[in-house]
Design a protein around this ligand. Sequence first.
Ligand code: FAD
Length: 437
Amino acid sequence: MRTLVLFTRDLRVHDHPALAEATRSGPEVVPLFVRDPRLEGRAPNRERFLLESLADLDRSLERVGGHLILRRGAVVDETMAVARAARCTAVHVASDVSSYAHRRERALSDACASDGIELRVFPANAVVEPGRVTPAARESYRVFTPYLRAWSQVPRRALASAPDRICVPAGIALGPRPDPSAVRPRSVDLPPGGERAGRRRMHAFFGRELAGYGASRNDLAADATSRLSPYLRFGCVSATEVSFRASATPGSQELVRQLAWRDFFLQLLDADPSLAWGDLRPTADVDGLPAVSDVAFDAWCEGRTGLPLVDAGMRQLLREGWMHNRARLVTASFLTRRLGVSWPAGERHFARLLLDADPANNAGNWQWTAGTGTDPRRTRTLNPVLQAKRYDPTGGYVRRYVHELADVEAPLLFTPWKDPVLLARTGYPEPIVPVNA
Ligand code: FAD
């Protein structure tokens, strides 16, 4: 028995069911990652994180006697070429939800069938795999609360152990080594990619920070969330493992609930790939708003709207390739419900920069905010001044990212336009649209 394990966005050795099963079935394993050139160049932040994660995975495999084989090209063709050359009898791959992943799995299934190779698809990405719970007469839940109720009842799979020995058959070319320094990211302050960095973050969060999570997850200045999302996005850390650890830690229901949101959007996209680009529930809610100019959209992207909380969020995104959830809500609400820009434009800007961007959670959350997705509610429009007063009352978050306002105290920090001398002194812009304060 010789198994090829095709890594996709499950870049880890801990709790990796496809890898664990491959090593159980026989000593010889071919760990492979194929870089698809069609996906390159779109999001340098994520590309850098991906290469760091691949280098880290290679090191983890080396520690148990193996290494990662790399190829660049059409994923299925390259996989089959390696599988044939290495005379593999099985291919293991993780299930995934995007239309790209569905097409890949179908093509792999056809190719394996015609070569007489067994294809096995394993869970990897979600806590509860899409399709495990469905409402009556539908393929997916569209409202979160009943989903959460059903999701909570599903028995969890056991965590898979990391392999202690891997033997890669000799004679397979290693392929081009990952070189993170070859990619220039757009953001200057990115966290390192890879399983080891992700596990360090997870241990630090569970060790010290989780206690205050429920109370402070919306406190922008406290920065008290896990920041695990990039590691979950690339599968450097397993969502199932995070959920196990959370379930065993008192006071962590709120974290488990956030993981359920993640699964909620995964199951929606799995059932309907068009969620990534089209409205789940088209609505006329934002009709009637004047069309916004490109200048206003650019000001939003660059964090120059004159609304301090919006600008802080957008500048955090530019700087760190990540944004606090509360700031994502405020910036997305401002764009869609105050500027009247349709959500895909904002979603694309986020996707260019976010390390954690994935079609399910990015589009799903954008639609939720815009009121065209799950749980649509007209009253969800968030006023950036009131949100700042509530979630950044001391102004610590705004001052961290909007340096022109670094010496301005609350409450003037929430409405700097009320002091024209301040604007003239700092060069901070007037608001691009009036906002009730
Ligand atoms: P924590 O608060 O520590 O939560 C733990 C984990 O739960 C997160 O890592 C994430 O995997 C999951 N989670 C938390 N909130 C949500 C949520 N609302 N929806 C789905 N999963 C959630 N999240 C992404 O992972 N990718 C995206 O592309 C993405 N785009 C977003 C776009 C908009 C407009 C909004 C409003 C939210 C978006 N989110 C997205 C959700 C959320 O903002 C991030 O998951 C969260 O900020 C990540 O930080 P954290 O890891 O510290 O989260």
